[in-house]
Ligand binder design. Structure first.
Ligand code: PNS
Length: 160
């Protein structure tokens, strides 16, 4: 079975990698799809985010890194794969995730969203928190893998 794990991944964290690794074991092929949103620049470019994902998932054999723009419900059709994976951290994620799952199903009735519960130690973790800590020169080694840590250091070496 083929699944799509969509997100911003700006940058990929241990929370995302946990979901990707678990998907890799449960599904035949996993497409990690990075949203290319032209109106939201982000910290890392789409190519940088994809490269960090490639580097940090290279030990897994069935992961494809891709990018998409526009509606996820349309990308799903283009990739001929209608199962979406989303990670759920805390109850606070639920409202937005539920809304997204319902909208995606309204736009494309064949889309199924499956939720994977994050590991306990990742419930507080998010890319935006990691970016903020790194921007102030904090240690992010327990939140992101080495290549991401290096990329964050490079990105913020001149300060914010
Ligand atoms: O990592 P994120 O930022 O929580 O991921 C959100 C993402 C990329 C899955 C979501 O914003 C998305 O699918 N955007 C594409 C536009 C779209 O389809 N919007 C309608 C559904 S809300």
């Amino acid at each position: 079975m083929k699944v799509i794990y969509p997100g911003s991944f700006d940058p990929v964290t241990f929370g995302h990698l946990d979901i990707i690794e678990r998907c890799s074991k449960k599904f035949g092929h996993v497409i990690v799809a990075v949203l290319n949103n032209s109106s939201k620049k982000g910290t890392f470019s789409i190519e940088e985010r994809m490269e960090l994902l490639r580097e940090t998932t290279k030990h897994l054999g069935n992961i494809e890194i891709d990018a998409f723009s526009g509606l996820l419900a349309e990308y799903v059709e283009k990739r001929d794969c209608n199962i979406l994976i989303r990670g759920l951290r805390a109850v606070s994620d639920f409202e937005y995730e539920m809304q997204m799952a319902l909208v995606n199903r309204k736009l494309n009735k064949d889309v199924e969203t499956l939720f994977m519960v994050s590991k306990g130690e990742h419930v507080y973790l998010s890319s935006s928190i990691v970016r903020e800590i790194a921007a102030y020169g904090g240690n992010v080694s327990c939140f992101v893998p080495k290549p991401v840590e290096r990329a964050l250091r490079d990105k913020f070496k001149g300060g914010i």
